[in-house]
Write a protein that binds this ligand. Structure first.
Ligand SMILES: NC(=O)c1ccc[n+]([C@@H]2O[C@H](COP(=O)([O-])OP(=O)(O)OC[C@H]3O[C@@H](n4cnc5c(N)ncnc54)[C@H](O)[C@@H]3O)[C@@H](O)[C@H]2O)c1
Length: 364
């Protein structure tokens, strides 16, 4: 639907920007699967730069499937968050209570080549969204941040008091850091703002049904979709960037988190807005607290899928750190959230999705 066609709907709503993407769609699913969020209508805006819609459908494929699975309606608008007028129309048409802001460009390497495009979409777009929120009196925000804001870890595990913004290797990472600084300034300027910035570690996996999952365009930037596309025969071999790091087997170590756990973190975050006295800016890590190396991930995936994943070691990638993993104690204290799914779940669900949809949503 186009914003100008929006009908006025007065039921309380959650606006999800970028809700047709990977983490956004799983969060929409999680919101609709939970009875306590039924009181909210779900309104998604997405410009479809990184989400698939088939020619004969009005809604992007992940949202169409979620509606089919849950029997619940999602209001979808094809809209760029930099479209001020369009946003205003949507805020006027729906009774939006809070915003979960996923919409962003996210390819680290591409951001080095196209910094202006990244700053435009991720920072300018975010400011336009915040202006629309303020204009319509909406001050509750959950933001998709990243462990990238920590840069090279000074110590592990990384907790939220670790300095941010130092030595960041890419415009993408800086855009996440700058947005956090902007949100801190907003909160200082007006106590009505309530902002939870969720610093994701490495989201992987798919919905346990295998019906929605990660569907990157081109060669995947992230490890898990790369592994699964090799396993399914779409790619010939996995490239391992460096095996001379000071880690258990020389390959990079990351804190992988199941996307359904991550999605549930957002549902918990929204509940905090109801807590009396809650206000201001809060950054919270979402990870498992455990790091796995590239080779450990490959072995776990081979076990889960029964497929072999051929690999080739090549040089280190600029900007990659040896290891990072989260201190997740604040998420438990503040949100009452902790990741419950295992590495085997992450691999099994990724494989359920990838093996049923070798070409991603084009196979739905
Ligand atoms: N996936 C990860 O590894 C990871 C890690 C840390 C943080 N994040 C952050 O989480 C968020 C979601 O990531 P994802 O993996 O789901 O990415 P994604 O690309 O799958 O989803 C982002 C969605 O936003 C849409 N979008 C992009 N620019 C837009 C714009 N200007 N206006 C409207 N829609 C726009 C895209 O079409 C896409 O559907 C992003 O902000 C990302 O930076 C992701």
């Amino acid at each position: 639907m186009k914003p100008q066609d929006a009908e006025t709907i007065m039921a309380p709503a959650i606006l999800v920007t970028g809700g047709a993407g990977y983490v956004g769609s799983h969060t929409v699913m999680s919101l609709l699967e939970r009875s306590e969020s039924v009181e909210f209508e779900i309104v998604v805006v997405d410009n479809l730069t990184n989400a698939y819609r088939s020619d004969d459908q009005k809604k992007p494929e992940p949202l169409r499937i979620i509606e089919e699975m849950t029997g619940k309606k999602i209001h979808f608008y094809e809209l760029d968050i930099r479209d001020r007028e369009g946003l205003n129309k949507i805020f006027a048409a729906h009774s939006i209570e809070c915003v979960i802001h996923f919409a962003a460009l996210k390819a680290v390497g591409e951001s080095v080549e196209k910094p202006l495009e990244y700053y435009q979409a991720n920072i300018s777009g975010t400011c336009t969204l915040f202006e629309a929120m303020r204009k319509h009196g909406v001050y509750k925000l959950v933001y998709s941040s990243s462990c990238t804001v920590y840069g090279e870890p000074e110590k592990l595990p990384l907790d939220e008091s670790h300095p941010t913004g130092q030595g960041l290797a890419s415009p993408y990472g800086r855009s996440k850091f700058f947005c956090e600084e902007i949100m801190k300034d907003l909160c200082r300027s007006d106590p009505k703002w309530m902002v939870i910035s969720l610093r994701y570690f490495n989201p992987v996996g798919a919905h346990h049904s295998g019906r929605i999952g990660e569907d990157p365009t081109g060669i995947p930037n992230n490890l898990m979709p790369f592994i699964s596309q090799v396993a399914v025969g779409r790619l010939k071999e996995l490239l391992v960037f460096g095996n001379d790091y000071p880690t258990i087997d020389g390959t990079g170590v990351r804190d992988y988190i199941h996307v359904e756990d991550l999605a549930e973190g957002h549902v918990k975050a929204i509940k905090l807005f109801k807590q009396p006295g809650f206000s201001g800016f809060h950054a919270v890590n979402l990870g498992t607290g455990t790091g796995y190396s590239v080779l450990q991930m490959v072995a776990a995936f081979e076990r889960a899928s029964g497929r072999r994943v051929p690999l080739r070691v090549t040089g280190r990638r600029a900007g990659d750190v040896a290891a990072n993993y989260a201190d997740v104690s604040l998420a438990l204290r503040l949100l009452g959230w902790r990741a419950t799914r295992t590495l085997a779940d992450m691999c099994r669900h990724t494989w359920a999705w990838q093996s049923a949809h070798p070409q991603g949503f084009r196979d739905c």
